[in-house]
Design a binder for this molecule. Structure first.
Ligand code: ADP
Ligand code: MG
Length: 615
């Protein structure tokens, strides 16, 4: 029997390889744009006809190729970017496999025109189904132009699988976006069927995002920047308002290359968990800088899935930096309270860094002296003081006298001091009008319209942060009940409760084990919306058991959340002072905008919307 193994002709081998690299017109756009980037271009034009099915034409002003290189570039495994296996660990270019041009030439009609700066004439090559049809000198500008016509003309099965023009165009734009975001300092333009649909001037990352997604995205971006020995992470994450129900604006880049990374994506998602309703996908534009030897780009033919050496560590760093960025933004919600034009809360998240409050302080001020002077009950004064402290947080930049232009703390000169404190506290602390609706919502006028606060969720947020903090520091002090309350549990619940007594003690419960499935509650945390400890603990158990799977943070967080939900006020008539206190405490929270399980707490009916209703 004769030997039966044969070597495949190059044209067939290339076609098979093409199947991996080139799935659709968008893959061609990606590969050609990446080649132009690698050639050091500063301006790249992408011209597409019929969603790339008829023509894909990329023009760059990069380094160009010599006559020999132009011919060689279409051979499989021809690349100028690596020479040895060792180079694989120091890759800074987009391409390196030397497959793209060979693959494209196997399944389309390709024309290339290229010239190096130093050469007088350029080279024009035509290739069809891997065969060189013509090669001749040509006079042209430095740089490279590649035209890919009639993609898959010789692979009918593939051509048939192409989707509608609008779908294919969407894929192309996705690839275009990724390259454009990876390289904001490069100028790009994009034409479809003779119309320029995008023009991106050289920019920084933030501007590039705006050019691609519209100016309005600007206020929705929070900057993040974390430098560590393992990796540097920078870029922007979207405020919760930018989250969508479907994926689309999730971008990771490593060393200026777009990558998909499902594991890191989880790190970001997880950071948003408490502030986004389930099913919402946050937007992000995150750039990693890592030593090329610590990543492996080689694992996927299209090079979008990348393996990192320290994935676990980087997961933690990423998760923490996103949380930190979100925290920063949430410290000050973007609301302007309408207090006779006195106050303008700085909107965090744009370029203004949060500064510590700039409020004139009398360092000799002694709250206890004050208390006795006013003869009031210490408890009340203390509560008031706490409230003021919270408000100060909100008014950071406000209380600077522009006339004096000075932010240095005033000398404790009795009279001025009094006056300025008075101005801040008595006139501007309290919102002029607070109204309660259906015992469920608190309404207040703010500069931009009417602010509506979901009472129960606000209280849940306040208690959640308080209990979480207390669980960590063990700082809460139990408030003794008027009389001890005895609760009997079934044995399973009793076992569950017994295991949590220490943590509950940290959060302000004084509960003792009485044996025979019975606990006695001597004291409860202050600030609960419910006065009956038995009711609170029963609801707590219920919440705790229900919350089972959706809380990953750990036992304490789960405990704090369950307890917050069990203790928060539900429908209840509130006095003006109580409403004020809720607002004060809410805005002293790290994340006032969302309940601990991610639901909105604050909503603003804007003046515009109001006006519309009267049209
Ligand atoms: P790779 O990018 O993996 O090296 P390609 O098949 O995409 O492989 O390209 C082969 C070679 O052709 C590149 O290594 C580069 O030297 C050259 N080349 C391709 N496109 C361009 C371009 N636009 N400008 C200059 N050189 C190019
Ligand atoms: Mg390439």
């Amino acid at each position: 029997m004769p030997d039966i193994i044969q070597l495949l002709p190059d044209s067939v081998a290339n076609q098979i390889a093409a199947g991996e690299v080139i799935q659709r017109p968008a893959s061609v756009v990606k590969e050609l744009m990446e080649n132009s980037m690698d050639a050091g271009s500063s301006r790249i034009t992408v011209i597409v006809k019929d969603a790339g099915k008829t023509l894909i034409n990329i023009v760059d002003d990069g380094c160009g190729m010599s006559e020999t290189d132009a011919r060689l570039s279409f051979e499989r495994h021809s690349t100028s970017k690596i020479q040895s296996a060792a180079d694989l660990f120091a890759i800074r270019t987009m391409g390196f496999r030397g497959e793209a041009l060979a693959s494209i030439a196997a399944i389309a009609e390709v024309e290339m025109q290229t010239r190096r700066q130093e050469d007088e004439v350029g080279t024009h090559i035509e290739i069809k189904a891997s065969e060189v049809v013509s090669q001749k000198p040509v006079s042209c500008k430095p740089g490279t132009t590649v035209k890919v016509k009639n993609l898959f003309y010789n692979v009918p099965a593939r051509r048939k699988f192409l989707k509608t023009d609008s779908t294919e165009l969407k894929h192309i734009l996705t690839e275009f976006q990724r390259v454009a975001l990876a390289q904001p300092e490069t100028e790009f333009s994009f034409h479809h069927n003779n119309t320029e649909i995008l023009h991106l001037p050289p920019a920084n990352i933030r501007q590039r995002i705006m050019h691609l997604f519209g100016k309005n995205i600007n206020q929705q971006l929070i900057e993040t920047d974390t430098q560590t020995g393992v990796v540097n992470i920078s870029g922007y994450i979207g405020k919760p308002g930018l989250a969508k129900k479907s994926p689309g604006e999730q971008f990771f880049f490593v060393n200026n290359r777009f990558m998909k990374h499902p594991y890191f994506n989880k790190a970001v998602q997880q950071a948003y968990e408490k502030i986004l309703p389930p099913g919402s996908i946050p937007s992000y534009f995150i750039y990693f800088e890592a030593d090329p030897s610590s990543i492996d780009i080689n694992i996927h033919p299209t090079k979008t899935e990348i393996k990192f050496e320290n994935e676990r560590a980087i997961w933690q760093i990423l998760n923490a930096s996103v949380k930190q960025a979100l925290g920063k933004f949430n410290v000050v919600p973007s609301i302007d309270f309408d207090t006779q034009g006195l106050i303008d809360i700085p909107v965090a998240g744009r370029d203004n860094e949060l500064k510590p409050p700039d409020i004139p302080v009398n360092h000799d001020y002694n709250p206890f002296e004050q208390d006795s002077k006013y003869g009031g009950s210490t408890g009340y004064r203390k509560k008031e003081k706490e409230r003021y402290d919270n408000w100060e947080q909100l008014y950071k930049d406000f209380h600077q006298d522009p006339e004096k232009g000075s932010s240095t703390p005033m000398e404790p000169e009795a009279d001025t001091e009094k006056a300025s404190q008075g101005e801040l506290f008595d006139d501007s602390v309290c919102l002029p009008t607070l109204m309660q609706l259906k015992n469920r919502y608190i309404l207040a006028p703010v500069k931009s319209g009417v602010m509506m606060i979901h009472q129960r969720r606000a209280h849940e947020r306040i208690l959640f942060e308080k209990y979480s903090e207390a669980a960590k520091s063990g700082s809460a002090v139990a408030q003794q009940n008027l009389y001890p309350v005895t609760i009997e549990f079934n044995s399973a619940d009793f076992a569950l409760m017994s295991g949590m007594l220490d943590d509950l003690a940290n959060m302000g419960f004084d509960i003792r084990d009485f044996g025979r499935n019975t606990l006695v509650v001597y004291g409860s945390p202050a600030g609960s919306g419910k006065s009956d400890p038995a009711e609170v603990l029963e609801r707590f158990l219920q919440e705790y058991k229900n919350s089972g799977t959706n809380i990953k943070e750990g036992a304490r967080e789960k405990l704090a959340l369950s307890l917050a939900k069990a203790s928060a006020i539900t429908e209840k008539a509130l006095s003006r002072e109580e409403m004020q206190e809720i607002i004060d405490k809410l805005f002293a929270c790290n994340m006032p905008n969302f309940s601990p399980d991610g639901k909105p707490v604050i909503s603003i009916l804007s003046l515009d919307e109001l006006e519309k209703k009267f049209r």
